[in-house]
Design a protein around this ligand. Structure first.
Ligand SMILES: [Zn+2]
Length: 288
């Protein structure tokens, strides 16, 4: 096999393993933050029998598979949420590596900046997406969730802006006009937001009966759905046009299927999955 292909596969696999570990940490956050426990210290234990978990029980994705989704000690079924979040995060990091292979493969590439800044942007985006997952899973129906997710998005926008300014500042060629680049980014944000907005309007119309429509805007019961709808629009604004189109389509379908029921907390994961698939689609189009 071509050594470049081998190296590419190794990089994608490593990124996937790293993503699975981040996903595992995401699960710890979802479980411990509502109990006001620290997420950096302390052993994990079975929620049913309280048995402390060993290293073999804590391998992301694989432990769940090999134990058949049950606790090794008391055989109580473990929620599939763990493996879902771990594998989703692993997938997202693999996409990130696959879209930035030239950076890993050839460090002497003529202009490393062309790869580094998009890479920083993607890292920021995926950290933000993990924040979405955590927030939606544990606090989907509270105002503080909206606040924290907005802060995460704000940080993401600032990093994107800084990456663009730095990319232009380190670019010697005349083509890198700051105004042009920022204007292009502005248009991308507006179009992405518009795509997300259309998806949310359709979702609200399809998921609510006409006479329930006013409830959507006023009833406290709908707060979780409203939070995720607003978040879907902002997410679409910051991921680029093609990923936004795919993510909003995935969100629209998930939103109509879930409706306004108790599974609203999974909308964050649906959004994140949509964004990951959108990046796949974007790469595929660029390769063609
Ligand atoms: Zn147990």
């Amino acid at each position: 096999m071509d050594p470049e292909v081998v190296l590419a596969i190794i990089n994608i696999v490593l990124a996937g393993m790293f993503g699975a570990v981040i996903g595992s940490f995401t699960n710890v956050c979802i479980y411990r933050i509502p109990e006001h426990r620290t997420v950096v210290k302390g052993h994990s234990m079975c929620m049913t029998c309280g048995h402390e978990l060993g290293a073999l029980d804590l391998v992301p994705i694989f432990s769940w598979l090999f134990l058949g989704g049950k606790c090794r000690y008391c055989k109580t079924p473990i929620s599939s949420r763990y493996i879902k979040i771990e594998s989703l995060t692993a997938l997202m990091y693999m996409v990130m590596a696959a879209t930035h292979l030239s950076m890993f493969l050839d460090p002497t590439v003529e202009d490393p900046m062309t790869n580094i800044f998009p890479f920083i942007e993607l890292c920021a985006l995926f950290i933000m997406i993990n924040v979405v997952i955590v927030e939606m899973m544990i606090q989907h129906d509270t105002g503080s969730s909206m606040y924290r997710m907005s802060v995460a998005l704000g940080i993401d926008f600032v990093i994107q802006l800084a990456a663009r300014i730095l990319a232009v500042a380190t670019d010697d060629s005349i083509s890198g006009e700051l105004c042009d680049k920022l204007a292009g980014w502005g248009i991308e944000i507006l179009v992405g937001a518009a795509i997300g907005f259309v998806a949310v309007v359709l979702a609200v119309l399809f998921a609510n009966r006409p006479k329930e429509l006013s409830k959507y805007f006023h009833d406290a019961k709908y707060r979780g759905v409203r939070t995720s709808d607003v978040f879907a629009i902002v997410l679409c604004a910051c991921i680029g046009i093609i990923p936004a189109a795919v993510a909003s389509a995935v969100y629209l379908i998930g939103r109509i299927v879930i409706g306004n029921g108790k599974n609203v907390k999974y909308l964050g994961i649906i959004l994140a999955a949509g964004a990951a698939v959108g990046y796949f689609a974007n790469c595929a189009i660029q390769v063609i």
